[in-house]
Design a protein around this ligand. Sequence first.
Ligand SMILES: [Zn+2]
Ligand SMILES: [Zn+2]
Length: 136
Amino acid sequence: MQVDGACLCGAVSFRAEVEPGRVFVCHCTDCQTHSGTAFRTTALTDRDAFELLSGEIREYVKTAESGASRALGFCPACGTALYGGPGPGTRGPLSLRTGALRQRDALPPVAQVWCRSAQAWLERLDKLPRIERQPG
Ligand SMILES: [Zn+2]
Ligand SMILES: [Zn+2]
């Protein structure tokens, strides 16, 4: 499935090819911190299938619990998280952050990972009052 996306300020835009069956929620604490929220949703793509159309992406390289280096791509102007991928000297798919994809509604996750650090309140999220927009 062809997707395209952009960061919040619009400086970075890109397109990629993803498989709708390869979409995951990640509850790891690094995703919680880097996203600034409870979990992150990602769609896997091959680095060769990712094409930067405009702007520049900055990468922060972290060391995963496995010891592997991971490059976290983000817009240096607005901070939008764009992907996680293999760090220098390693290979593997890119995990596109689905919130930056125009087609995000068509990419529901199929599994959750790192559930050992999932926020406990997520289990009762559907019990909370729902308000359609910013409350007045
Ligand atoms: Zn931006
Ligand atoms: Zn994670």
